[in-house]
Design a protein around this ligand. Structure first.
Ligand code: SF4
Length: 413
């Protein structure tokens, strides 16, 4: 790779290096990476191959205490422990490939799934704990619905360097069958000591769309938004989760509505969120549930301009959302988004990318989420004028368009 000193001089070299790192980390068999630093070299060895089910079972089936180290005893409750104490991890890895996430860098793109026996064995161990009161808070992993998913033809996967198995289109080689997960949910929920089983991990709704598979170059992105009539039982899984495994608020992460921002985030089309919301509302109506679908969004992600935030605000207003806590993009190590933030270049195309980096520009974008707050109206109008997108003032505050949203949602930071 380009040396450290070259990268300090040129952001293009830095972006090229990142592209190499990403391509290699997407592979099952990746190269050793070498970078010169002064008169020494940094050598990054390839990771271990993904674990087989037998291997991951062997690691999860060890006789853990399932308790924090005794040295923490006098410090009171440990929030991270309380969060995972009554949850069960079904797999490692994530093939979603979101640009701002490091999970695939930590755990790999290939999914290592535990066997059903191993998972049920852990459920037995948890429910035998005298302090267990009947609520399992999660059955999932980095993404809830990737258990037992992966390539049908492993030889094709072995030669593959795609950043994601589901973006920009579902890989035709991907087995995205949700039926084993529905069976597993029902088995765990039927345990005599389990009163409630929740799915707390994030759900990837793009995996529900069996009917829109295609090669990366072969089909248009918009085709992904059509409704599935396939047989991967994805929407059936969604219904099962909404009706039986949600505590009243289901969180999903469309992240934005702008097609070009979503493309750089490597997230599915906003139409998929609209479809998810439509189905969620229908399911709740049929089941007589008053549940909320809570969307997560990010402002000032690389390539996001004020116009994109203004359009997102209009979309949220039209859908009746009033977000209360949201997320402004924060660079974190080892992600594509952070490379774009630092270099101003998309490493996969080497094209320049606009990035809002100043506190003022970021604050302007972030404020757009709160279009419905009267005290921010003046500042929002000013920032829209400054950005040359005054036409959104009428869309947000026009006389015939006074709805400022109805549903109110908070995002945990
Ligand atoms: S061939 Fe398809 S299923 Fe296999 S790793 Fe590549 S994208 Fe994923």
């Amino acid at each position: 790779m380009h040396s450290y000193e070259e990268c300090l001089k040129s952001k293009r070299y830095e972006a090229e290096n990142y592209h190499i790192i990403e391509l290699e980390s997407n592979k099952i068999e990746c190269a050793t990476l070498v970078q010169r630093h002064g008169d020494r070299y940094v050598v990054v060895n390839p990771p271990e191959p993904p674990m087989s089910t037998e291997e991951i079972d062997a690691s999860f089936d060890l006789p853990y205490m399932r308790l924090p180290h005794p040295k923490y005893k006098r410090r009171g409750a440990i929030p991270a422990f309380e969060m995972i104490r009554w949850s069960v991890n079904t797999h490692r890895g994530c093939f979603g490939g979101c640009s701002f996430c490091t999970i695939s860098a930590h755990q790999g793109k290939q999914i290592a799934s535990r066997s059903e026996e191993s998972i049920l064995h852990e459920v037995e161990a948890i429910t035998s704990d005298p302090e267990f009161h009947g609520v399992l808070t999660d059955l999932g992993g980095p993404s809830a619905n990737m258990w037992r998913m992966g390539g049908k033809n492993k030889e094709l996967c072995r030669r593959c360097s795609r950043y994601s198995c589901s973006m920009p289109l579902l890989c035709p080689n991907l087995d995205s069958d949700h039926r084993p997960m529905i069976d597993l949910l029902r088995k765990v929920a039927s345990h005599p000591k389990v009163k409630h089983l929740y799915v707390g991990s994030g759900i990837r709704c793009d995996l529900f769309q069996e009917g829109v598979k295609g090669s990366e170059k072969g089909e248009k992105r918009s085709e992904r938004t059509s409704v599935s009539d396939g047989n991967n039982a994805g929407w059936e899984y969604f219904k099962e989760v909404v009706v039986n495994h949600t505590s009243g608020r289901l969180k999903v992460a469309p992240e934005h509505s702008s097609p070009h921002v979503l493309a750089l985030m490597r997230k599915p089309s906003f139409e998929l969120f609209r479809e998810t919301k439509r189905r969620f509302t229908e399911i709740c109506k049929q089941a007589g549930l008053r549940y909320q679908l809570i969307p997560y969004f990010i402002s000032s992600h690389p390539s996001c301009r004020m116009e994109d935030m203004a359009q997102l605000a209009v979309d949220l207003k039209q859908m009746g959302y009033r977000l209360e806590q949201i997320q402004d993009f924060t660079p974190t190590p080892m992600t594509l988004s952070t490379e774009m933030y630092y270099t101003g270049i998309d490493p996969s195309t080497m094209k320049p990318v606009y990035v809002a980096t100043t506190p003022e520009a970021k604050a302007d974008q972030r404020r757009m989420f709160f279009f419905y707050k009267p005290e921010l109206k003046g500042q929002i109008i000013q920032s829209l004028r400054r950005a040359g997108v005054e036409k959104y003032v009428a869309k947000l505050y026009g006389e015939n368009n006074n709805n400022t949203g109805k549903q109110s949602f908070k995002r945990k930071m």
